[in-house]
Design a binder for this molecule. Structure first.
Ligand code: GRF
Length: 195
């Protein structure tokens, strides 16, 4: 399988995914694309020998479809057949997602269906949850809502701040996403539950 990874920033999940696709892994990373030309993840991808592209969303203003047409062109050039969103901070239109339905994954830093959207760590602390974590799900037109393919749980500890909790979740993301992708690449959609 040929995997394209979309990022907006540091791309730590992208790094974990690229590093996992070696040896007898059924997939290879064929492109890392960012909506942010300054995303530091682009240099990390290049250092790992993965082709990169940047499609700055800002010149397109509100014209999401025009931005997505550029993204789609890069994906077709790379002949990608699986799309992994990894710290990608743009909302994709139903039209774009329809082209990728069933072949597009995302990682979200909460135990979905709890805390869709932003500021998930602060919201878990605010709610007094004893547990938090991350989820990998198939992307559908509704934000953070598709079938869940994997979850990793961490404890919320007394005195946790959003930063300390995020720091506990992120390493679990780096374990979960590659494991889900490995199975997804061969059609195995049985949810991965960590630890
Ligand atoms: C992480 O919290 C991830 O859950 C979310 O974006 C944040 C940064 O991810 N999707 P990365 O380091 O850019 O992969």
């Amino acid at each position: 399988r040929r995997v394209a990874i979309l990022i907006s920033g540091g791309g730590s999940n992208m790094v974990a995914l690229v590093q996992s696709m070696v040896g007898d892994h059924p997939a290879r990373a064929v492109l890392v694309l960012s909506n942010n030309p300054q995303a530091t993840g682009l240099a990390k991808a290049a250092q790992m020998g993965v082709p990169t592209a940047a499609v700055d969303h800002r010149p397109f203003g509100k014209d999401r479809a025009a931005f997505e047409a550029e993204v789609q062109a890069e994906l077709e050039k790379a002949q990608a057949d699986i799309l992994c969103l990894a710290g990608f901070m743009r909302i994709l239109t139903p039209g774009f997602i329809a082209k990728w339905e069933g072949r597009i994954l995302n990682i979200h830093p909460s135990l979905l269906p709890k805390y869709k959207g932003l500021h998930t760590h602060a919201r878990a602390i605010e709610a007094g949850d004893a547990e938090h974590g991350c989820s990998v799900h198939e992307v559908t037109a509704e934000l953070d809502d598709g079938p869940i393919l994997g979850q990793a749980r961490v404890p919320v500890l007394p005195g946790d701040t959003p930063e300390t909790l995020a720091a506990r979740v992120l390493p679990m993301e780096h374990q979960l996403y590659p494991e889900v992708l490995r199975r997804f690449a061969v059609g195995d959609r049985k949810p991965v539950l960590l630890p």
